[in-house]
Write a protein that binds this ligand. Structure first.
Ligand SMILES: [Zn+2]
Length: 117
C-alpha cells in the first residue's frame, strides 16, 4: 500500500477512432485504435512486425470486411493491463497500462499550475 503511486487510468473512453484516457497523475492521453491495433503486443503480431514487409501481402477477406480497426470489447486483465478484442477477431493482445501510456499522445495536463513532487 505504500511507496510510489501507481499510474492508473481514472477514466477510459472511446471517442470516435480514439481511446482517450484520463490518468491518475492528471494527464489526459489519446491514441487511435489503429495505432493500438498496429502495435499489438501479442507474440504473433510481434513476429509479424519483425519480418520484412511483404509487398505481395493481400488483406484477408476478414480484414477487408472489418475495415478500420475498431474494438469490440476492452476487458481489464488484473490491475495492470487490458485485453482488447478487435472487430477483425483478433483478441490475444494484452495492453499493459505502461504500454497504453507509451503509445498514447498527451493531449492535456492538469498539472500545469502546480508542481508535482
Ligand atoms: Zn496481436
Amino acid at each position: 500500500m505504500s511507496g510510489s503511486p501507481v499510474l492508473r487510468p481514472v477514466k477510459l473512453k472511446r471517442e470516435g477512432d480514439q481511446l482517450v484516457i484520463d490518468w491518475s497523475d492528471g494527464i489526459r492521453t489519446a491514441v487511435t485504435w489503429q495505432t493500438l491495433r498496429q502495435q499489438c503486443p501479442c507474440a504473433a503480431c510481434q513476429e509479424q512486425r519483425a519480418k520484412p514487409p511483404d509487398p505481395f501481402r493481400v488483406l484477408s477477406p476478414r480484414e477487408l470486411a472489418a475495415g478500420a480497426p475498431s474494438p469490440v470489447q476492452m476487458l481489464p486483465r488484473g490491475y495492470y493491463a487490458y485485453q482488447i478484442i478487435w472487430n477483425d477477431g483478433h483478441d490475444t493482445g494484452i495492453y499493459t497500462l505502461e504500454n497504453l501510456r507509451k503509445m498514447s499522445q498527451v493531449v492535456s495536463s492538469a498539472s500545469t499550475a502546480k508542481s508535482s513532487s
